[in-house]
Design a binder for this molecule. Structure first.
Ligand code: 9D3
Length: 245
């Protein structure tokens, strides 16, 4: 997959992406990551990339011309049908479904927003996807772009995790993963739950299922709404304080 990242802060890349799975994918040619300095597409002698907003108000807005022209230059290299992701707090929240959809593409352009935002014509007439990574305030779209690249990379055919059965499990259950333990069986007086050492696989599976249900109920009740639940799951949750809305 070819990814071109457009940013006002090209020094931030590849940054942490050169480690771990993404680094290996880049070294192995599975992922080609290009970084474009949007400022190189500025029009004037001051290399301006931002301006005051029409209508008044504090904060600067990224000008459309450098963003459009940097994107069009990137697409000339990648193919004009490559999706264009704009990172923005106003975007759709990134989830694994969106990552999966984008991972099917041979090429991708990611525009990193900065300042108060980007001239709306970019979202309206250039971006195919406007994406946020969650409800907290960052100073720009660079870290969100890295988050997206890392998530995509794991799904590329041949990358570590691309055929990860454990992940498949957690997607099909729609629940949070159960607790994991490894040796030693006792650490500082804290022992691993007996059931995991029992060798009784039916009991272990039942315990894991219940732990998944409890943590999902406590930490991500929103996920329970769409998780496929057995009557025995619902009964267990009810016995633990769950009331279906
Ligand atoms: C006062 C309104 N703010 C919007 C919620 C202003 C604002 C905050 C942060 C405008 C831009 C930014 C910079 N953030 C991003 O560009 C960004 C982001 C984020 O802050 N959180 C989660 N995902 C993303 S994707 C891009």
């Amino acid at each position: 997959m070819q990814v071109q990242v457009l940013t006002l802060f090209p020094d931030m890349f590849p940054g942490p992406l050169q480690s771990s799975i993404v680094g290996r994918a880049m070294a192995g040619g599975l992922l080609e990551l290009g970084v474009v300095d949007i400022r190189d597409h500025a029009h004037d002698n001051y290399r301006s990339v931002d301006d005051y907003q029409f209508g008044g108000g504090a904060g600067m807005v990224m000008k459309p011309e450098p963003v459009f022209e940097a994107t069009e230059a990137a697409m000339a290299k990648l193919g004009s049908d490559a999706p264009v992701v704009l990172t923005s707090p106003q975007g759709r929240r990134l989830d694994q479904g969106m990552v999966y959809e984008l991972a099917q593409m041979p090429a991708l352009v990611i525009i990193c927003g900065h300042y108060q935002g980007v001239d709306e014509r970019v979202a309206e007439h250039l971006a195919t996807h406007v994406v946020s990574i969650g409800d907290y305030v960052l100073s720009g779209g660079e870290l969100p772009a890295m988050v997206l690249v890392e998530a995509l990379c794991r799904l590329l055919p041949g990358a570590v995790g691309s055929s990860n059965s454990v992940e498949g499990d957690s997607i099909t259950t729609g629940l949070l993963q159960h607790p994991l333990y490894t040796r030693p069986s006792i650490y500082r007086d804290w022992s691993v739950p007996d059931v995991l050492l029992s060798g009784n696989h039916a009991e272990i599976e039942r315990w894991r299922r219940r732990q998944s249900l409890l943590r999902t109920f406590r930490n991500r009740p929103d996920l329970l709404q769409s998780a496929p639940l057995q009557p025995s799951d619902v009964a267990f949750l009810h016995a633990n304080g769950y009331v279906k809305e």
